[in-house]
Design a protein around this ligand. Structure first.
Ligand SMILES: Nc1ncnc2c1ncn2[C@@H]1O[C@H](COP(=O)(O)OP(=O)(O)O)[C@@H](O)[C@H]1O
Ligand SMILES: [Mg+2]
Length: 263
C-alpha cells in the first residue's frame, strides 16, 4: 500500500527533510502533506480516517475541503491544524515538519501559525468580545496595552469595534462568529482554518460571514474552509473533494481571480 512518494520520503535524511522545508517556504507553500494517514484502531479493526493524502496550499489561496459526512474532513483539518499528528507521512506547515513534533512544540506552532474558526464559535461565555479576542495574545505573552490595541484592531477588521464590551449572549450568531474570526486573526496566523463556519447560522447570516471571508482573502489571508455544502465551497478558489479519507478531486473553481476582483 505504501506509495513511492512515501518510501522516497522515508529515505530522506534529517538534513534533507530540513532542506525540503526551506524549499517549500521559499516557494510560498504554507501547507504540504506527503502521503499522510490517520488510522484509528477500534477493537480488532483499523479505520483509515485519512488514507494517503497529498495536498499543497500556497500562501494567499482560498481552498475549500469538501466531502460527505464521515469522509475524513475533520480528521484532516485536525492534522492540518496541528491538533493531531498523522499515523504516517510528512506534514510541513510553513516550512516546519509538524508531523515530527511533540505535543508542546505542536501547541506552539499551532498558536503561532493557525487561526481556528469553528461551527459553534467556541467563545468564552463570561468574557467580553474584546477579552475573547485578546486571549491568544495573553497566551503569547504580549503586554496589556499592546494586546488591547491589537484586539481592537482585529475587532475593527470584522466591523465589531462598537460591540467590544458585549458578552457572547449579548451578540447575534453572526456577530459571535465575527468575534471568533477576529480572535483567529489577532495573531496574524499563516492560515485561517474554518470548520463549517456557517453551519450554525441562518442563510443570510451565513452569507454575511462568507462575504467577510471573501474580504479577508482579498486582503491577503490564506483560508482553508472545511464544509459539506457545495454552495459554501463555491466561494473558494479551489475545492479539494475528499471521499473515504482520500482526495477524490482537486479543482479550481470558476470564481473570479483575485486580481479582477481587486480592480
Ligand atoms: N477518534 C476516532 N476514533 C475512531 N474513529 C474515528 C475517530 N474520529 C473519526 N473516526 C472515523 O473516521 C472517519 C472520518 O471521520 P471525520 O473525520 O469526523 O469525518 P467528517 O468530518 O468528514 O464527517 C469516520 O468513519 C469516523 O467514524
Ligand atoms: Mg466533521
Amino acid at each position: 500500500m505504501a506509495t513511492t512518494v512515501n518510501s522516497t520520503l522515508h529515505d530522506l535524511s534529517p538534513a534533507e527533510r530540513l532542506e525540503r522545508g526551506e524549499q517549500l517556504k521559499r516557494d510560498g507553500i504554507v501547507i504540504r502533506t506527503y502521503d499522510i494517514w490517520k488510522t484509528y484502531i477500534m477493537g480488532d479493526q483499523e479505520i483509515h480516517a485519512v488514507s494517503g493524502v497529498d495536498i499543497q496550499i500556497k500562501r494567499g489561496e482560498y481552498v475549500a475541503i469538501m466531502g460527505p459526512s464521515g469522509s475524513g474532513k475533520s480528521t484532516l483539518m485536525n492534522l492540518i491544524g496541528c491538533l493531531d499528528t498523522p499515523t504516517k507521512g510528512l506534514y510541513y506547515l510553513n516550512g516546519k515538519l509538524a508531523s515530527d513534533m511533540e505535543d508542546d512544540e505542536l501547541a506552539q506552532i499551532r498558536n503561532k501559525e493557525i487561526g481556528f474558526v469553528f461551527q459553534t464559535f467556541n467563545l468564552l461565555a463570561r468574557a467580553s468580545a474584546l477579552h475573547n479576542v485578546e486571549l491568544p495574545l495573553i497566551y503569547a505573552g504580549m503586554p496589556p496595552k499592546q494586546r488591547i490595541e491589537r484586539a481592537r484592531e482585529s475587532l475593527r477588521a470584522v466591523d465589531l469595534e462598537q460591540r467590544m464590551d458585549h458578552k457572547p449572549n449579548e451578540l447575534s450568531g453572526g456577530q459571535r462568529q465575527r468575534v471568533a474570526i477576529a480572535r483567529a486573526l489577532v495573531n496574524s496566523p499563516s492560515i485561517l482554518l474554518a470548520d463549517e463556519p456557517t453551519g450554525a447560522l441562518d442563510t443570510n447570516t451565513g452569507n454575511e460571514i462568507m462575504a467577510l471571508f471573501e474580504r479577508l482573502y482579498l486582503q491577503g489571508n490564506t483560508i482553508v474552509l472545511v464544509t459539506h455544502e457545495p454552495d459554501i465551497a463555491a466561494h473558494a478558489n479551489r475545492i479539494i473533494h475528499i471521499r473515504d479519507g482520500k482526495v477524490e478531486l482537486d479543482e479550481a473553481t470558476t470564481r473570479k481571480e483575485k486580481r479582477t476582483l481587486e480592480v
